[in-house]
Design a protein. Sequence first.
Length: 98
Amino acid sequence: MKIDNSIKPIVGSNVSETRGRTAGKTAANAQASSGANVRLSGLSEQLQASGDTPTFDAARVSQIKQAIADGNFQINTGAIADRLISSARELLNSQRRG
């Protein structure tokens, strides 16, 4: 199989600039369409009403970073698997109810 090298790259094009222009047009189009109705899910409303914000423990993050750097970080695959299965069950149960 022969690779065709006849395609020439576009010179002076920056992917991030292109994405930025595209995103800006999308946002502008969204703003231009007045009268659009948005309805949040029940879960979203519950999260907003609860006022709970996730906590960030900078000290714990530093400990984990250091353990990884030292090669001492232990991963509990059993706990990860259990939580993943639990999360999947909750998702399936919520879809059945809704």
